[in-house]
Ligand binder design. Structure first.
Ligand code: NOJ
Length: 698
């Protein structure tokens, strides 16, 4: 095997000077501008004028040289563009557990958006958080954990805005399923709201996000985009969000209630005077008859302009042209992220890395350009500028050592078995596609009768490597029962570099280092949540994904945080220093919530040693367990990935902030560190906890 590639190298990107300025400076400019414009112009800023080249546009204000904003999807690339990069979906990027790859992905993403003229990029996604395994859009976010969503959303926002593009974190809030998404109500208790669903928005506000998109669903019976509690109270007051809230496309329902409840921009809208436009002329009328205060509309305009000035968009911005080729060398980030997010789940008898097999079979439509799954569907998708299919990459790689490749392009079991017979190594491709607008089947089975395909091939071959490309978990138990299945490679959603990423890992040019960002259960019924045909009371509370499996003692097939390597890592020397004191967080409310929420209250270090024979990277994870009296699950509160040559060791470091050790006290409406014993575990997954320490909070 070749040396693995360092996952945290400094990339040779041209240093650019960010034009981003502080909120205070941005507000000063916005105030000066608003003073010069009429109320109709202010309403125009807040009102969409329909789709054009971009998926959304507000109205221009010529007197301040403000052109109509170009708002466009989405979280993995600039949709509608013809020669832009399709980065790996966020769920896959998260499974690298590598902040630097995520950072670089977001920087490149922002640079491309700006070069195409997009001013507001509709991402990142931190909701759905992924409590329902089959939900159609989980793949657009960062895995089934609020902490992970918070960390990566903040990185994405900072990097995009540093390049001059406004980020829009979405979908606020409780939009966990696609079924009946515009009519169902998510009824979330206050503690769960803060500790799970609102959590990443704290990070987003702290990172300076200029916009937030309110979602389609209702909360306690009131639509998100006209919900005073979640917009005015939670987001704008409690979190101190200084930016603007835009409606999801068509999630705006009323002229007056929405304005007074905290909505700032209506999307997509249509002509200003049209009867179907909820704001525009109608909002002007509502002001004239006193139903909406003038100051509220001026506040909308201020917020929208502040975001524009904050990201330096008044300093000359590229025109909108979605035909520009903006890819540069960004495909390299896709390949690195795709392979480092690939998770090796099973590797019996070390069948992988492959040892120059002479005959190979590739079975299943998932290996072909036509049938491969590299991302999900809907507004979170983008066009592939090119697609490197698994079959092409495998053929190319096999040829370098004289290997012959037979293929069965369909999912027909008989044809698969015939291709597989007598081959040294057999790849069987399984997929599970998912899309906006529809949840997957709650049985979590692979597409196209994938179980039958593996079963048929297992009857003729003993060297099966199953590759899964899926938007979320599928149940693997039926195929794990087959002794011929020697390896399972969770290829995730590798986007345009699918084949190369896979080959890098299975031939061992790169040691796999991805880890799951959701739980793969043995049985779909083991998850305690599913997409509902009714309203959802979120009765599972804090206990989603691994937190539920841990509390109930249910053994998953593969737990959150799990992933194998071709080497072995040893954990040692946990050290904890802590100044944590019990009690509520105080301080002034500033963007991102109470100021001292972000104070570091403990630091944890541990030593990781590569005890195997090949180089590789390890994503060490930190979990905390608060005192039992708090009824809180063991939960992720840190991760650090290190690359190590054989025999080398390194220190991983985790910084615990006040919020990380706090619970939301719904009665007193404050984050509080509980008194007592906090257990700190550092390990290789949510269940493979190698080290333990304690913080005693007085
Ligand atoms: C609806 C989707 O929910 C949202 O994510 C997207 O940004 C808008 N459509 C615009 O395409």
């Amino acid at each position: 095997m070749h040396q693995a590639v360092v996952t945290t190298v400094a990339f040779a990107v041209l240093p650019f000077v960010t034009a981003e300025i502080s909120w205070d400076e941005a507000y000063a400019k916005a105030r000066a501008a608003v003073a010069k414009i009429s109320i109709s112009e202010q309403v125009g800023l807040a009102t969409g004028q329909g789709r054009g080249t971009c998926v959304g546009n507000n109205n221009p204000v010529d007197s301040i040289s403000y052109r109509s904003l170009c708002l466009n999807d989405g979280p993995l690339g600039v949709s509608r563009a013809t020669a832009a990069t399709a980065f790996t979906p966020s769920i896959h990027a998260a499974s690298t557990w590598d902040r630097e790859l995520v950072r670089q992905r977001s920087q490149f993403h922002g640079e491309e958006a700006k070069a195409l003229g997009v001013q507001v990029l509709l991402g990142p996604v931190a909701g759905p958080i992924g409590k329902i395994p089959e939900a159609g859009r989980n793949w657009e976010a960062w895995g089934s954990d609020p902490y992970l969503n918070g960390v990566h959303s903040a990185i994405a926002i900072q990097e995009m805005q540093r390049t001059g593009v406004q980020a829009c974190i979405k979908h606020y809030i409780g939009n966990e399923q696609e079924l009946n998404r515009t009519t169902m109500s998510s009824n979330i208790d206050d503690r769960t709201m803060h500790e799970v669903y609102l959590w990443p928005y704290y990070d987003a506000v702290r990172a300076g996000a200029t916009s937030v998109m309110c979602s389609y669903n209702k909360l306690d019976g009131v639509w998100a985009c006209e919900n005073d509690h979640i917009l005015n109270k939670l987001l704008k007051t409690e979190l101190g969000f200084p930016g603007y809230v835009m409606s999801d496309w068509g999630a705006h329902h009323t002229t007056v209630l929405s304005a007074n409840s905290g909505l700032d921009m209506s999307m997509p809208g249509s002509a200003y005077n049209s009867s179907s436009t909820l704001w525009g002329a109608k909002l002007e009328r509502a002001i004239r008859c006193g139903k909406v205060k003038k100051e509220r509309v001026t506040d909308m305009a201020l917020r929208i302009l502040a975001g524009y000035y904050k990201t330096g968009q008044d300093g000359g911005y590229p025109s909108v042209d979605f035909t520009r080729d903006v890819q540069s060398n960004h495909g390299e980030n896709v390949r690195k992220t795709a392979r480092d997010g690939t998770v090796l789940l099973k590797n019996e008898g070390n069948i992988l890395p492959l040892k120059s097999p002479k005959s190979i079979a590739v079975v299943g439509s998932g290996a072909t350009t036509a049938g491969a799954v590299g991302m999900g569907g809907g507004s979170g998708a983008a066009r592939y500028p090119y697609f490197n299919a698994p079959i092409d990459a495998i053929r190319e790689k096999a040829a370098t050592s004289g290997g012959e490749v037979a293929q069965s392009e369909t999912d027909d079991p008989e044809s698969g078995a015939s291709a597989a017979k007598d081959k040294d190594a057999v790849f069987v491709f399984l997929t599970s596609f998912g899309t906006e607008g529809r949840d997957r089947s709650s049985a979590l089975e692979p597409d196209d009768k994938g179980y039958d395909l593996v079963q048929a091939v297992a009857e003729v071959s003993e060297n099966i490597i199953v590759v899964v490309h899926a938007v979320g978990p599928i149940i693997l138990t039926p195929i794990l029962k087959l002794p011929s299945v020697k390896a399972i490679v969770w290829g995730g959603l590798p986007s345009q570099e699918s084949g190369n990423a896979l080959v890098d890992v299975v031939w061992g040019d790169v040691n796999p280092s991805g880890k799951l960002v959701f739980t793969i259960a043995k049985d779909a019924a083991d998850y305690n949540t599913k997409s509902l045909p009714t309203d959802d009371d979120f009765s599972e509370g804090l206990y989603i994904d691994y937190r539920h499996f841990d509390r109930e003692g249910i053994e998953p097939e593969y737990e959150f945080g799990f992933g194998l390597s071709y080497t072995e890592f040893k954990y040692s020397d946990i050290q904890i220093s802590s100044q944590a004191r019990s009690g509520p967080a105080g301080g002034k409310i500033s963007p991102g919530g109470q100021r001292d929420l972000w104070d570091e209250v403990a630091k944890v270090t541990a030593r990781i040693t590569n005890a195997g024979k090949v180089a590789g990277a390890e994503a060490a994870q930190l979990y905390i367990t608060l005192p039992e009296s708090t009824d809180t699950p063991r939960q992720l509160r840190g991760f650090d990935k290190v690359f190590l040559n054989p025999d080398a060791s390194a220190t991983v470091t985790f910084s615990l902030l006040r919020r990380d050790l706090s619970i939301w006290n719904a009665e007193d409406q404050v984050w509080t560190i509980p008194k007592g014993k906090i257990v700190v575990n550092v390990g290789a997954s949510s269940r493979d906890l190698r080290l333990e320490g304690v913080i005693n909070v007085a």
